[in-house]
Design a binder for this molecule. Sequence first.
Ligand SMILES: NC(=O)c1ccc[n+]([C@@H]2O[C@H](COP(=O)([O-])OP(=O)(O)OC[C@H]3O[C@@H](n4cnc5c(N)ncnc54)[C@H](OP(=O)(O)O)[C@@H]3O)[C@@H](O)[C@H]2O)c1
Length: 315
Amino acid sequence: MLENIWNSLLELKRILDASDPKDISILVSVNDEGSDIRIDSPEKGLTSSVTYVFSNTDESSLVFNLNEKFDLVISDNVPISAEYRFIENYLPYCFSALKGRRLKRAFAITHYAQSLDGKIATSGGNSKWISDEENLVHCHRMRALCDGIIIGINTLRNDKPQLTVRHVKGNNPVKIVIGSSSSSFSSLLHQKEKVLLFTSNSAKVLQGVEQIEFPEKVERPVFILQQLYKMGIRSVFIEGGSFTTSSFLISNMTDEIQLFIAPTIFGSGLQNFELPIIKHVKDALTFSKYNFQIMGKGVLFKGEVKYRAKGTDHQ
Ligand SMILES: NC(=O)c1ccc[n+]([C@@H]2O[C@H](COP(=O)([O-])OP(=O)(O)OC[C@H]3O[C@@H](n4cnc5c(N)ncnc54)[C@H](OP(=O)(O)O)[C@@H]3O)[C@@H](O)[C@H]2O)c1
């Protein structure tokens, strides 16, 4: 059943990517054979909603209300069923394109697997594997629900990731690297998906990589998300490392942070975030909405970033 729900979420993302509704009433019927989606305008006076109707499960139907920004409105008395939890976890990302359209830039979600003391790699750059199997599957679901994945050039060099969707069904996102220093792109070039490089030095020809040079005097994370939006990439999953993720946070270009926290302490190593120094706790980055959930051997934190006064220009 969860696989059929997953298929319905992929289909919903595909439909919503191509539409621009103000209010929406979505009816998803799921059974053991598959799923069917019907989209209408809500009746007058009713808010936007997504209703899942099941046959063959304990749940007959589940209703998810949405506010005017297409955020899920979660009530206190929610059912604890596996179906509910699964939809609640991944349905919000079906609306990322609509949120990106409002912001006129790609909607940005960032993820790390980190130790309890906030390290994302050892001092030598090793990060395999702070996460576990369950978190890996979660990351692949997030990749499938985003149009692009962003990494920094050091992560490409150290981890040689493929940045594909392999552990669940779904399309591969566009692969986006940021950096001026050279590195091998071979781990990214096995599939037909586009590879983009945002760089301040596009002099070197890289086979199979489309290079976009930073104009002078732009705030780079802002330029990147606006440029991606113009290219039809409405949502991105930023997968690190520390410099890259921090630069998007400093520029207020991160909408949601996801942290998989593993039960381990490094005591040394690469810090998750390097942000401008603050003097008072009240100046810390906070979240308008957040939750913690048990995931595999650890905990997943998800928080919607509350934008704050600008820090330094971190380029
Ligand atoms: N645990 C995890 O979840 C996780 C996830 C990802 C990575 N990692 C680890 O993180 C480490 C790498 O992190 P890192 O902080 O050293 O490097 P990084 O963020 O991967 O790459 C940094 C480089 O990317 C370019 N860059 C990124 N953002 C930029 C911006 N806004 N403007 C201009 N250039 C930008 C710059 O390249 P140039 O200097 O060439 O201009 C910069 O030096 C690796 O060891 C990896 O294993 C861990």
